[in-house]
Design a protein around this ligand. Structure first.
Ligand SMILES: [Zn+2]
Ligand SMILES: [Zn+2]
Length: 367
């Protein structure tokens, strides 16, 4: 079948809308007609080349749509289901899957960086030439093929533009608090960086009944938004003595849990300075893989725990429907995360705005 997709041909070049061919479904494949796809910072890293992928490639890993067809042996989804794509499909039976770490699934980690599906092959071509899959999702397109473990049914009541957000930023932020750190009620939480992921950390902290919830950012507009998502206190990160300000709000000790969601050297350092002795730091942001980050050793002492998480401990088949229900019942905000809706042909404009740091989430809507 033929379909339109936004293709990245060269690093730092605009995406181009092209007609691609999708190969017939293989066993375990799910064909999804995409209805909404969020622009995430990780897509931008691929466009700018700081994350190297084989090209040409179809980006997008935060998508929702309708199951159009299923391959042989698919039992977990059926035609007509509304699904959110997971960018961490997993085999379910490798060394890491057996140890409850699907994020490290061996076939996933082997094939994802090579732009392939879990079986090590592709389904998309352009005039006979192979086109790569981005993080086994490729949702900036009218259609995508994903493995069964990457197509997660959600209630039909949730609109596609909101559902798609669950696939990356929302899961990462809420999951970091509820699934990864498992923050107990009454804990103090500090969040460094109040972009899409940081706001969802704040939502997770609200779900966990944490208090205080301290939002830290340089941007006054982001701090104001953080208040709307449930932060009880805000600290301007551009002012001196931020760790001292966190301690002043937490009985002089530092926060029980600190989440880093800014992706700067300075925020990684701040995270370990702002946590109390015996507390836990979760790093969600990242810098370039070859970059070095320095810490004053004394800030690492005191029985602190540091955990790095890519997807908030997500088990998508358990967590996506749960977050969708939390939204439908009014306990999780998704409407407020969408600051712009665009058509697929406006996608370069959307990424340019993301590169300038504008808004929270831009969502591509497909008919
Ligand atoms: Zn993402
Ligand atoms: Zn596995």
């Amino acid at each position: 079948m033929k379909f339109t997709a936004a293709v990245l041909e060269r690093v730092n070049a605009p995406l181009t809308l092209e007609t691609l061919d999708m190969a017939p479904l293989q066993p375990g494949d799910v064909l999804v007609r995409i209805r909404a796809s969020g622009l995430c910072h990780t897509d931008l890293e691929a466009i700018q080349g700081s994350l190297a992928y084989p090209l040409p490639i179809v980006l997008g890993h935060e998508g929702a749509g309708v199951v159009e067809a299923i391959g042989k042996d698919v039992s977990q989804v059926k035609v007509g289901d509304h699904v959110v794509c997971s960018w961490n499909p997993n085999c379910g039976h490798c060394f890491y899957c057996d140890r409850g770490l699907p994020i490290l699934c061996e076939p996933f980690r082997r094939n994802q960086p090579r732009g392939l599906l879990l079986d090590g092959t592709t389904r998309m071509t352009r005039r006979g030439e192979k086109v790569h899959h981005y993080s086994v999702t490729s949702t900036h397109a009218e259609y995508t093929v994903v493995p069964e473990s990457g197509a997660i049914p959600v209630p039909k009541e949730i609109p596609f533009d909101r559902a798609c957000l669950i696939g990356c930023g929302v899961m990462t932020g809420i999951g970091a608090v509820v699934r990864k750190a498992k923050v107990p009620a009454g804990s103090s939480v500090a969040v460094i960086g109040c972009g899409a992921v940081g706001l969802n950390v704040i939502q997770g902290a609200v779900l966990a009944d944490a208090a205080p919830i301290i939002a830290i950012d340089r941007d006054p507009a982001k701090l104001q938004r953080a208040g709307g998502f449930g932060a009880t206190d805000t600290i301007d990160a551009s002012t001196p003595d931020v760790p001292e300000k966190v301690r002043a709000l937490t009985g002089g000790r530092g926060a029980d849990y600190v989440f880093e969601a800014a992706g700067h050297k300075s925020s990684f350092r701040l995270s370990v300075e702002a946590v109390r002795p015996g507390g836990e730091v979760t790093w969600l942001g990242k810098v370039n893989v070859d970059e070095e980050v320095a810490f004053r050793w004394g800030t690492l002492m005191g029985e602190k725990r540091i955990v790095r998480s890519s997807y908030g401990g997500a088990v998508p088949r358990r967590d996506f429907p749960w977050i969708a229900r939390e939204y439908l019942e009014g306990r999780v905000k998704l409407d407020e995360l969408i600051t712009r809706r665009i058509a697929l042909h406006e996608i370069n404009d959307g990424f340019a705005a993301l590169a300038r740091g504008e808004g929270i989430r831009t969502v591509v809507e497909l008919a």
